[in-house]
Ligand binder design. Sequence first.
Ligand code: UGA
Length: 468
Amino acid sequence: MRIAVVGSGYVGLVTGACFADLGHEVVLVDNDEQRVEALRKGEVPIHERFLPELLTRHRGGRIKFSGDLQAATRASEAIFIAVGTPPTESGDADMSYVESVAREISGAVDEYKVIVEKSTVPVYTNDWIRTIITRNGTDPELFDVASNPEFLREGTAVTDFLYPDRIVVGAESERAAELMCQIYSPLTSGWYYGRADAIPRPEKAQVSPPRLIVTSAQSAEIIKHASNAFLAMKISFVNAVASICESVGANVEQVCDGIGADSRIGPRFLKPGIGYGGSCFPKDLMAFRAVATESGYDFRLLEEVIRINEDQRRRFLRKVRSVLWTLRGKRLGVLGLAFKGGTDDIRESPALLLVQELLREGCKVCAYDPAAMERAKEALGNGAEFAADAYQAAKGADAVLILTEWEEFAALDLERLRGVVKYPIVLDGRNLYDPAAMTAHGFSYYSVGRPPALSEPAAARSAKREHA
Ligand code: UGA
């Protein structure tokens, strides 16, 4: 099928590249000429596994880049809107980019097309897009608007797209639903999975082809917000449980194992830590809260989810303080700046927010992140030092802080680390290590929701204090 994807940001790029891999002819449209030029030249503006391969595979063939939205609309059967919906000051989503795309598309709808909202949008956006396109003179018979929320996670976006748990399509007409089913049929029929050159299936992905769920437009819009809100709630819930575990001496990892084994709950998104961040959960929770308020429902649960999330960072900071006593002048080796592992994104990163707080408290921070250093340098300016690897960041440190769940931070050479630090103290905000392994290497190890594990001299000191 011929598809236009509007917006070459995170969602647009991944969607366009994956549609091309499913066999569709894709035009990726962006009004930023420099970005379009860079994409044509083969640059990949985001750090995302398999995206460079897919773009190389299809560039100049099934995927083209353009700045001309009207031409792309005329040439396509479906137009996916994947432009930004940033939060406004009041927390609801700014829909002006979506509106201006709808306005511009309007002049180019010359035969039946489906306009698909792919950006995360509040309920009723579908109706608004239809109104704007019709208001600008397009015959309502010539188009339908559908909602097709994405459930991609940064870092695994390509495989999330190609191996989804489900595909949601909100469509008000059978014709639109039928066209959307055709677009996704390479996945729902299982055809893609039989291909020798298919992007490999991730370990945790379901084996059977995904189900395509057709709903009303409003339901699809709510599904997106409610899914993200539920996942964020799961994280805040487990973080609250972790705090109780710390008070009573329980181990949150054991507790999560026990909770997650209940198939009604499931083990995923039950990892305690320093809280969720990124460009989605924080923004979407606020937007969903705003949607609820506007519809007359006071969704205070969401406020509590946000409060627990913010408190989680403060608790970790208190933990650093309680381990180091005073912070001014202390040298900290910080591992991780991205909002999670596998991405260079630092938006609303709890790691970065913590570093900023530690710098305000007068700490000297030497940080390392496998992908997010450039962005973090811009955000932190001269405030922090940056290292070439984890060991350089830890060199001479009063304590090492693990703030992002990168795989390489879970596989450090602990002997080597022990050899470079000033004091063998690790505060792990992501529970990447087995406490016993850390003490065996001479570290005192503090994590989230688990009893502290003290190295022998520290344990002896602590016992003496308790005795006194
Ligand atoms: C999230 C959703 O997971 C996607 O389904 C959705 O499509 C996307 O938002 C979106 O709306 O575009 P993403 O923001 O990329 O994806 O990242 P997640 O993997 O969900 O992680 C979000 C944050 O939660 C990270 O800071 C991560 O460290 C934290 N997290 C995640 C935990 O603290 N514990 C967990 O168990 C899982």
